[in-house]
Design a binder for this molecule. Structure first.
Ligand SMILES: *[C@@H]1O[C@H](CO)[C@@H](O)[C@H](O)[C@H]1NC(C)=O
Length: 323
């Protein structure tokens, strides 16, 4: 086939979440507020784990990096989606579209590996407590973060390398609020069957392998504590329940959308909201509301940055420590 015959698509139209005017205004308000909470919540976690020495442990180091991934994940498409709710012409340039594809696979790929690293950290802490400090040393922690970014980068570059050969000449309407790769590939005017297979295999290998690593580490941890005591079991379970919730909400939609992308379902774009908006907000909620150490540090930060009058500050700190 001769690609030069095609008129080249220079921009895509994003159909967004809804075409109803009232709903779009509601979404605008709703997602703007969510976005602000995501950014502030995750920034607060990053500030807390980097500034407070009581949180200088591998678990919080990884948590801080997860929050960083969450901010990235929530920011590559959501602000544009929010602005688009109010605009008539929801278009994105061709290079903007490629950039979104690049970032979503970079951040989701990296986030998957960070989640595995966090599960590994809990595995070492619970199953090999005596070796925790030697295994999870500074070098290991840094290596886990570097590996996360490297895996994300390799994953996204391979997805893009499958896609560059495609030509776009025909319809340019993407039925989503961002350039979701399976939907963009569907618009190609040369046969994209092989490309779709490569994309599925690439996403499938990454998401299914990290998902099975996560599930097996949780099973090993639960089996280990099962034989210790019911108190240890209850404690481990409450920690893991938080992890498992994030993992299900994050991997469920990813696997659904990317491992069966040959047929795109209307529900896909709703599911995409889960890993772009709902998982980034879960971590701050889970870790700040359920974790005693984190709550104490948050209280200190609030007292430091908000600088209320002296008396109020005292009572605020006192209230936190009474908590
Ligand atoms: C994330 O990882 C980097 C590199 O290992 C480290 O320098 C940084 O402090 C970490 N971020 C947080 C918020 O812990």
């Amino acid at each position: 086939m001769d690609n030069t015959n095609y008129s080249v698509v220079s921009e895509f139209v994003l159909l967004g979440l809804s075409s109803s005017r009232e709903l779009q205004i509601f979404y605008f308000v709703f997602f703007s507020m969510l976005y602000i909470v995501i950014i502030l919540g995750n920034l607060l976690i990053i500030i807390a784990v980097t500034s407070d020495s009581s949180l200088h442990s591998p678990m919080y180091f990884l948590l801080g990096n997860l929050s960083f991934f969450d901010i990235c994940q929530a920011s590559f498409a959501t602000p544009k989606m929010i602005v688009d709710f109010l605009s008539e012409h929801k278009t994105i340039s061709f290079s903007g579209c490629i950039a979104q594809i690049f970032f979503i696979h970079l951040f989701t790929g990296g986030e998957m590996v960070i989640l595995v690293s966090m599960a590994y950290d809990r595995y070492v802490a619970i199953c090999k407590p005596l070796h925790y400090m030697t295994i999870m040393n500074q070098t290991t922690c840094t290596a886990l973060v570097v590996i996360s970014w490297a895996v994300g980068l390799v994953h996204t570059l391979s997805q893009l390398s499958f896609t560059v050969k495609l030509a776009f000449c025909g319809p340019n309407e993407v039925d989503s609020f961002f350039c979701d790769l399976p939907r963009v590939v569907k618009l190609a005017c040369i046969d994209s069957y092989i490309t779709e297979i490569l994309i599925v295999v690439n996403s499938g290998i990454l998401s299914l392998s990290t998902f099975s690593l996560l599930v097996s580490s949780y099973v090993i941890i639960l089996v280990t504590v099962w034989f210790k005591s019911s108190a240890a079991m209850a404690k481990a379970f409450s920690t893991l329940a938080a992890h498992i919730m994030v993992v299900v909400l994050f991997f469920g939609p990813c696997i659904f959308i990317y491992v069966w992308p040959f047929t795109t379902y209307p529900v896909d774009k709703i599911l995409a909201i889960f890993y772009t908006v709902f998982t980034p907000i879960l971590n701050p909620i889970i870790y700040t509301l359920r974790n005693r150490d984190m709550k104490a540090v948050m209280g200190k930060i609030a007292a430091h940055y908000l600088r209320p009058p002296k008396v109020a500050e005292m009572s605020f700190v006192a209230r936190i420590s009474l908590y």
